[in-house]
Design a protein around this ligand. Structure first.
Ligand SMILES: NC(=O)c1ccc[n+]([C@@H]2O[C@H](COP(=O)([O-])OP(=O)(O)OC[C@H]3O[C@@H](n4cnc5c(N)ncnc54)[C@H](OP(=O)(O)O)[C@@H]3O)[C@@H](O)[C@H]2O)c1
Length: 300
């Protein structure tokens, strides 16, 4: 399957910003529908990339954006619900409509971003349940018409990520850092490896209908990650690991603050280790990049 042009939904986020230059370097043109295209004009410097106005996530509108594209990549995602945007809308309804629009537009290939531990029935949070439901409906529609591959990353790190940068900012606030769910486990995966997996699978027929977990080479607790960032920044910080009751309390308080920095649903997601059973990077022949190779450059 030769791919000349892809449409990326959710391409204006962190992963999209790393994926688009990689696609452009591989000679693949990108169309990036965006709610606020004026904010992301810098993406258009990439060879063959165009931003279009995303009016809504309805099938008719999506079909218009998919016109002339060989593949669609879905990177849509939210960590928290808001008054005008639910997990069901973004993680379930939108994928359903993206698939329908792809089928009607004659798009032959679809890559879909899920998350590690996403599970429609047994997900430990509403985020993970909705991600699992969306992923299942994509995989079940994998057919001769549209060939699907899904990805299930642990937390992703790299320039301009929201995870490590957020803790790097919190470390700059004077005083001790009270840390909820300090024992939560992650295998942080480098965004460059995630985008390499997308590139590698895009036209590889052996990956059709498959799902790939994506993890980095190390498993660390949240506390270890925060202390690692502190060490790189040369900050001496007293990290106070909150017990379960205090972690819940923090989630309840921060969950009603503007921007919802930490919610009960986030707390629930952190109750399950975000660790791979079978690392898809290995299956795809990609060597997982260690944090030591990237993070010191981000914060050093
Ligand atoms: N980053 C991680 O550590 C991580 C880990 C596991 C899974 N994932 C998954 O990987 C994917 C990409 O993650 P990311 O870190 O790049 O996310 P991100 O930076 O938050 O980007 C999310 C994208 O979704 C778009 N979006 C959100 N709500 C929308 C809405 N109501 N209508 C239209 N567009 C909307 C955003 O558009 P705007 O730019 O207009 O806001 C943006 O393009 C997501 O599916 C995420 O769940 C990420």
């Amino acid at each position: 399957m030769k791919i000349h042009k892809v449409c990326i939904i959710g391409g204006t986020g962190f992963v999209g910003h790393h994926l688009i230059p990689k696609l452009a370097n591989a000679g693949i043109a990108c169309r990036i529908p965006a709610r606020r295209p004026h904010r992301y004009r810098s993406l258009e410097v990439q060879q063959g990339c165009e931003l279009t106005m995303l009016e809504n996530l309805e099938v008719e509108s999506l079909k218009h954006h998919f016109d002339g594209c060989d593949a669609v990549i879905n990177l849509l995602g939210i960590l928290n619900e808001s008054s005008n945007c639910s997990f069901e809308e973004i993680h379930v309804e939108a994928p359903k409509k993206i698939m329908e629009a792809a089928q009607q537009s004659g798009v032959k290939r679809l890559l879909h971003m899920s998350a590690l531990n996403a599970d429609e029935t047994d997900g430990v949070s509403n985020y993970l349940k909705s991600k699992g439901k969306g992923e299942n409906l994509m995989l079940v529609q994998n057919s001769g018409a549209v060939r699907v591959t899904t990805f299930r990353p642990s937390v992703i790190f790299g320039d301009n990520d929201s995870f490590m940068n957020r803790f790097a900012q919190l470390l700059m606030i004077p005083g001790p850092l009270p840390l909820a769910c300090a024992d939560a486990k992650f295998s942080p995966v480098y965004v460059g490896d995630v985008t390499a997996a997308f590139l590698k699978t895009l036209s590889d027929a052996s990956t059709f209908g498959k799902s790939y977990e994506l993890c980095g080479p190390r498993t660390l607790t949240l506390r270890e990650i925060v202390e690692y960032i502190a060490q790189i920044k040369g900050t001496h910080k007293n990290v106070i690991a909150l017990g379960d009751a205090m972690s819940r309390l923090q989630a309840k308080i921060l969950g009603v603050m503007p921007g919802k920095p930490f919610t009960m649903d986030n707390y629930n997601s952190l109750q399950q280790p975000s660790v791979c059973t079978h690392n898809g990077l290995q299956q795809l022949g990609i060597t997982a990049t260690d944090m030591d190779a990237i993070v010191p450059r981000m914060f050093g």
